[in-house]
Ligand binder design. Structure first.
Ligand SMILES: *Cc1c(COP(=O)(O)O)cnc(C)c1O
Length: 353
């Protein structure tokens, strides 16, 4: 089979949720952020594993994602929509019992008029200038909104992955100023905020990337493994070139393995002549350009050529690849393509999708 295999460890996701949950007091609930198809790993399987581990609140970016999560979970768990209540979403929000996190006066009006009595939350902007009501808007509508009993009031930290950044304390102070005494559950921390300490936790945290094994949760259990099948071997003589634009030239006799995956699978061209594939603990450098479906690897030093080489595994994690590509683990995960044969592994259920 020339399909690369992506293994997703559901037990590791559950363990990471429990570990993040243990970092806050018992009075703090740990929510799970599963937007973008659970950071590219497959929301259906991931949310079921998280619900089994004990997660009761899920966050998605848009209502359509919320619908998919509701279908996977059934009634009960709360599903919060971070983009709020957009025009055209009313029926979905109602029928699938989604909780929109309203982020503007327009959205508040739309929600209270179209779905009176339907659960909602409020998003406040404490300095990131991305989503949420600004202080003056909140002051103008707070009394009216609080009378409608929101389920949650939240804000989002801009620099939580840098513990010493002064923005963290500034946003915390602003969040207190806007919300102290309102008598509504509050949430400020995503993964980075959980690690900042208990004063950032309030009643609910929103763990995302840490669940999937990414920085800044350094103690996370790795979740993803990616093995690429070797489909051809080629001996090249000194002076011969490999790949598009003659991206690599052999200086000595070399054995080149061609493996089946490329930038169409989320393996960016930035890995060209930069990242490694791994045969167990032995690194094999990518030589030449990553192309759409194929990557060429120098395996001259291997005594035996394995059937597959690891792109993501114990020797090279998601964040290592992110460093090589000049991006963050979030982007590496959400770029993982749809051609992989995906295996979901857990002690209780072993399956293929
Ligand atoms: C994506 C997101 C999260 C999760 O962030 P991580 O850094 O992945 O833990 C939490 N809250 C909001 C508003 C988000 O957009």
């Amino acid at each position: 089979m020339a399909t690369a295999s992506l293994t997703i460890d559901l037990d590791a996701i559950a363990a990471n949720w429990r570990a993040l949950d243990r970092m806050s007091d018992t009075g703090t609930q740990t929510g799970a952020v599963v937007k973008a198809d659970a950071y590219g790993l497959g929301a259906k399987r991931v949310v079921r594993a998280l619900a089994e581990a004990g997660a009761r609140r899920f966050f998605v970016a848009v209502s359509e994602e919320g619908a998919a999560v509701r279908q996977a979970l059934g009634p009960g768990p709360q599903i919060n929509v971070l983009s709020g209540h957009m025009a055209g979403d009313t029926e979905m929000i109602h029928d699938l019992d989604l909780t929109p996190m309203l982020n503007s006066v327009d959205q508040i009006t739309r929600h209270l008029e179209s779905l009176p009595g339907h659960p909602f939350g409020i998003q406040l902007d404490t300095g990131m200038n991305r989503l949420g009501l600004e202080a003056a808007e909140w002051e103008a509508v707070a009394a009216l909104v609080l009378a409608e009993e929101p389920e949650l009031v939240m804000s989002h930290l801009a620099c939580a992955d840098e513990p010493d950044h002064p923005m963290n304390a500034a946003q915390l102070a602003e969040f207190h100023a806007l919300t102290d005494g309102i008598g509504v559950p509050r949430s400020l921390a995503a993964t980075g905020g959980i690690l900042l300490g208990s004063e950032y936790h309030f009643e609910l945290t929103r763990a995302g990337v840490g669940l999937y094994g990414g920085r800044p949760f350094a103690d996370a259990r790795p979740v993803v493994a990616l093995a690429l099948p070797v489909i051809q071997l080629r001996e090249v003589a000194p002076g011969e070139v490999v790949g598009y634009s003659c991206g690599w030239t052999a200086e000595q006799p070399a054995l080149i393995a061609t493996v089946a995956a490329g930038y169409a699978d989320g393996l960016t061209r930035r890995y060209s002549n930069a990242a490694m594939l791994w045969d167990g603990e032995v690194p094999c450098p990518i030589v030449g350009r990553v192309s759409m479906d194929l990557i060429t690897v120098d395996v001259s030093h291997l005594r035996e050529i394995p059937r597959t080489l690891d792109m993501i595994g114990p020797m090279q994690g998601v964040d290592d690849l992110a460093d090589i590509a000049g991006t963050i683990g979030y982007e590496v995960l959400t770029s993982l393509g749809h051609r992989y044969s995906r295996r979901y592994v857990s002690a209780t259920t072993r399956g293929q999708v």
